[in-house]
Design a protein around this ligand. Structure first.
Ligand SMILES: Cc1cc2nc3c(=O)[nH]c(=O)nc-3n(C[C@H](O)[C@H](O)[C@H](O)COP(=O)(O)O)c2cc1C
Ligand SMILES: C=C(O[C@@H]1CC(C(=O)O)=C[C@@H](OP(=O)(O)O)[C@H]1O)C(=O)O
Length: 390
């Protein structure tokens, strides 16, 4: 499967086109709307989220609640567009119309894509960069991820993303019981964290950062349960599923690192405390005593849960000004800004869930390809049975 996204942050709409989805899979707009609403929540978001109510408009690829096997197109309108119609106009400016109409950006924000994007594409108005580099684009990545999640759910595979750390405050792993409970708790939490004590401190840290005109980052974790073993491959670098997931996580705006299982902690442990011992029984087949490798060996799923974490840097747009240079005057300035998130780690955990779901679903569809969803499902069931007696 593949998907494209398009759309500017303050343009009329965002769009995704998904190609390669099997036919006959149940899908309704509500499946997508549910995920879009989850991405909009979270303590620390700026005023923009009060303007938007993201809703999926399925404009191709589905008929009477089932996928057709043709390209699936989902559009999400930007409510804010109505305030930006002139600034974001498609037609050339008429003679005599002031350049100010464009709300030209000449003052790049350190940490955002403004300066390098402007230099690369020759945009002396860096609005032409920020409109697309904005994480508004993650809206339709979540829409594509919602379709992937639906496919996985129908195959008995569950995906859950949550916040592990914000501003140095970490959830206590002792509070983790099961994926089901994690899901219930995080859906109620304003910071999408299962540990209620950590949640309070995280919210205080976000409030403090906001008061200081600063921003904070954190760590999100995605867990996938019920994945059959052997998804992905060791035979070629671009078929390794852990590598694809790592790339997907780092492709999320402001994500700078990724780890699986024990992750970077592995550097400080001997092999006997890192590798997962193998056991077998008739009913369930091969299993591991532990899951320290986070569900992967040789770029393939082991059948244990996938456990992947990503680190998000603090938001670059700061109310507390950082030094930068105006590209027209070449003078130094310390910027003041209109609006921004002070922490978007909770929202980013939903995006991380979506991109991981996409990679897992894509690898499954590639491996057990069928034009029909029902056949795909049967093939996977059969493979699970075969695997037990290997
Ligand atoms: C959900 C989400 C919301 C974000 N909101 C903002 C924001 O309000 N202001 C901002 O400057 N950056 C925000 N960012 C981060 C920027 O989009 C990101 O830093 C920028 O695109 C540059 O890319 P890089 O950080 O990956 O290098 C957000 C990121 C995510 C995932
Ligand atoms: C719009 C979203 O996030 C935006 C991501 C973003 C950025 O620079 O990445 C900057 C802000 O946009 P604006 O300047 O319009 O307030 C955020 O609100 C969204 O997540 O839907």
């Amino acid at each position: 499967m593949r998907y494209l996204t398009s759309g500017e942050s303050h343009g009329p709409q965002l769009t995704t086109i998904i190609e390669g989805l099997p036919a006959g899979m149940p899908l309704v707009a509500e499946d997508i709307n549910y995920e879009l609403a989850r991405r909009q929540k979270g303590h620390g978001r700026g005023r923009r989220m009060q303007i938007e109510t993201d809703r999926a408009n399925i404009v191709s690829g589905v008929r009477h609640g089932y996928t057709l096997g043709s390209p699936l197109t989902i559009a999400v309108e930007n409510n804010d567009w109505k305030h930006w119609t002139k600034i974001m106009g498609i037609a050339p400016l008429e003679e005599g119309q002031a350049d100010e109409i464009k709300r030209k950006v000449t003052r790049p924000r350190p940490g955002h894509a403004d300066l390098v994007g402007g230099m690369k594409y020759g945009h002396r108005d860096m609005r032409n960069v920020l409109e697309r580099s904005s994480a508004r684009e993650t809206t339709v990545r979540v829409a594509a991820g919602a379709v992937a999640k639906k496919l996985l759910t129908l195959l008995g595979i569950e995906v859950a993303g949550h916040v592990l750390e914000i501003g140095g405050i970490r959830a206590n792993p002792a509070e983790y019981t099961s994926l089901q409970e994690l899901k219930e708790k995080t859906e109620k939490s304003p910071v999408r964290c299962y540990d209620e004590k950590a949640e309070v401190k995280m919210m205080e840290a976000i409030d403090q950062a906001k008061k200081d005109g600063d921003s904070i980052g954190g760590i999100v974790e995605v867990i996938v349960e019920g994945v059959p073993s052997g998804i992905g491959s060791y035979v070629h670098y671009d078929r390794k599923l852990d590598a694809k997931i790592a790339s997907a996580i780092v492709s999320i705006n402001a994500f700078k690192g990724v780890e699986f299982g024990l992750g970077f902690e592995m550097a400080r442990k001997p092999g006997s405390q890192v590798h997962d011992e193998i056991i077998w029984n008739k009913e369930t087949g091969y299993e591991r005593k532990t899951n320290r490798l986070g569900g992967f060996e040789g770029g393939m799923t082991t059948g244990m849960p996938i456990v992947v974490r990503g680190v998000m840097k603090p938001i670059p747009t700061l109310y507390k000004p950082l030094q930068s240079v105006d590209i027209d005057s070449k003078e130094s300035f310390t910027a003041s800004i209109e609006r921004s998130d002070s922490c978007a780690v909770p929202a980013a955990s939903v995006v991380a869930e979506a991109v991981v779901a996409w990679e897992v679903a894509d690898a499954i569809v590639n491996q057990y390809y069928s034009d029909r969803f029902s056949t795909l499902k049967e093939l996977i069931e059969q493979e699970k049975i075969n695997g037990r007696s290997f």
